[in-house]
Design a protein around this ligand. Structure first.
Ligand code: HEC
Length: 194
């Protein structure tokens, strides 16, 4: 009996040592796997550039080789002081979709949509929560709010629904680290309004 009790005590002791070890191991693993802010921002920058967010969200200047990003206004959307683009008579009826020269505004059968300011400014996504951003990319919700309308073309949110939480977190952290550009993008104009 005494022998049994001793074995039992040793077993409990060994188990508690082991569970301490595994708690410590879990903590160590978390410390190793949690990405630093810097690495999140770096990966977010890589994703934003590679996924082509600048194509529509950054105003451009025109050069001999075509449009190039205006680095002072990167990711700030359709410039509020730019003339609102107008399609030629009958263009949309003919099935055409018309882009502003720098791709920050688009006219189609849905109306005229303006690329959003997604810089860290208050007129961009500076005051957004990460969940809001996830809702915009995953479910195509304007301002990332369930109560808002769906995002319009050509925002390719349907292509972005497979981004992992980690990717979205990285993109969000990068955008929150961008230079704030104050620019209030005009509201969407439904078709038929000139
Ligand atoms: C082909 C053009 C295009 C590309 C590429 C694009 N967007 Fe957009 N995006 C738009 C347009 C246009 C809107 C505004 C749509 C609207 O008003 O409904 C928009 C809206 C958004 C919004 C919602 C802003 C708000 O105020 O609700 C977010 C967030 C966003 N884009 C992020 C991104 C990110 C991140 C990428 C790259 C992964 C990206 N977009 C790529 C055109 C584009």
């Amino acid at each position: 009996m005494k022998k049994l009790i001793i074995i039992f005590v040793i077993a409990i002791f060994a188990w508690s040592l082991n569970s301490c070890d595994s708690a410590k191991a879990d903590k160590d693993a978390a410390a190793v796997t949690a990405p630093s802010k810097d690495s999140l921002i770096k990966r977010g920058n890589y994703l934003v550039v590679t996924l082509g967010c600048n194509d529509c969200h950054s105003p451009k200047k025109m050069g001999p080789q075509g449009p190039y990003i205006d680095s002072a206004r990167i990711l700030s959307g359709f410039p509020s002081n730019a003339p609102i683009p107008v399609a030629g008579a009958g263009d949309i009826k003919k099935g055409l979709v018309v882009f502003a020269g720098d791709l920050t505004a688009t006219i189609g059968p849905w109306g005229t949509s303006f690329s959003a300011n997604i810089t860290s400014d208050g007129t961009g996504i500076g005051s957004w929560k990460e969940d809001q951003f996830k809702n915009a990319l995953r479910h195509g919700k304007y301002k990332g709010l369930d109560s808002e309308r769906s995002l319009l073309p050509p925002m390719p949110w349907q292509d972005l629904t497979n981004l992992t939480d980690a990717d979205i977190e990285a993109i969000f952290n990068y955008l929150q680290s961008t230079k704030p550009v104050n620019n209030v993008v005009p509201a969407f104009r439904p078709a038929g309004r000139s």
